[in-house]
Design a protein. Structure first.
Length: 278
């Protein structure tokens, strides 16, 4: 995999996904808010501190930290997708937040001074980066001694069939290649040992790692809409298919997840690692 090509493609994909993430923000927050709560609780922002939110998406994780640091503190909300960052900016403005600044920023090369923030938060970002080791090393560089990093990454495919089955379906039907071992992707940090290796390799102490679980609840048409509006690389592949092939792919995915049906809804388990390091 050419990582520069990956970076360019990923930025374009997440720019395109930004409108879906903005429109479905409340649903996402309702389903995944417990992960945000865990990260913020572990970093424990204090009044007056400076907090960095990496790969912020629509910004809700960093905004929770902003409530804790108060007017004397501040949050730097960042994403390498300009369109996603604009969605976060609109979200922040609608809340009337005055202690948040917004910066388009590549986590692998951050234009921030050494030891310039008191805490760092990131939800489901590091595993998608072309070079997560570089991003974590940059995180360590900008984090003051004694500061905390809190983040979440997805566990392995068998713990997250909501994502694994759509990807596997597209691979089996010849629409995308199998993931390259060691390459970036949703499950690139799925193994606990890989998380520990990357975090300590970046200069942090041994991390504390907890399993965080929740359930995706999809109503009628929700699963397919979620895949098309929110699912990054999977959505990019689906939109290039013919109408008939899209229908066939949809039926295959929904059939494979049928065991998780509860009434009219699909309720599919999800599992990630919650990580805190100093």
């Amino acid at each position: 995999m050419d990582l520069d090509t990956y970076r360019q493609s990923s930025r374009q994909t997440w720019d395109e996904m930004s409108s879906g993430w903005e429109e479905r923000r409340e649903w996402l927050l309702d389903v995944t808010g417990s992960v945000n709560d865990w990260i913020v609780d572990q970093v424990d922002p204090q009044p007056g501190q400076a907090i960095l939110d990496i790969a912020a998406g629509t910004g809700d994780l960093g905004f929770a930290a902003a409530e804790r640091v108060g007017d004397q503190g501040g949050v730097i909300t960042t994403d390498f997708s300009p369109d996603m960052l604009e969605a976060a900016r609109r979200n922040g403005e609608s809340r009337g937040l005055t202690n948040v600044e917004f910066q388009v920023m590549d986590a692998e090369r951050m234009p921030l001074a050494d030891d310039s923030v008191d805490g760092v938060v990131c939800r489901w970002g590091y595993m998608l980066m072309a070079d997560p080791a570089a991003a974590l090393a940059e995180t360590r560089r900008v984090l003051r001694d004694g500061g905390r990093l809190g983040f979440a990454v997805w566990q392995t495919p068998d713990r997250n069939l909501w994502a694994a089955i759509p990807a596997m379906t597209l691979v089996q039907r010849g629409h995308m290649p199998p993931p390259e071992p060691g390459g970036p992707g949703i499950f690139a940090m799925g193994e606990r040992g890989r998380v520990e290796e990357l975090v300590t390799g970046a200069g942090f102490a041994d991390p504390r790692i907890e399993e965080l679980t929740f359930e995706w609840r999809y109503g009628a048409n929700d699963l397919w809409e979620t895949l098309n509006r929110l699912a990054g690389p999977i959505a990019a592949v689906i939109k290039e298919l013919s109408a008939q092939e899209q229908q066939d792919v949809r039926e295959s995915i929904e059939g494979a997840l049928e065991e998780y049906r509860q009434g009219d809804d699909l309720v599919v388990p999800a599992a990630c690692w919650g990580v805190v390091a100093t």
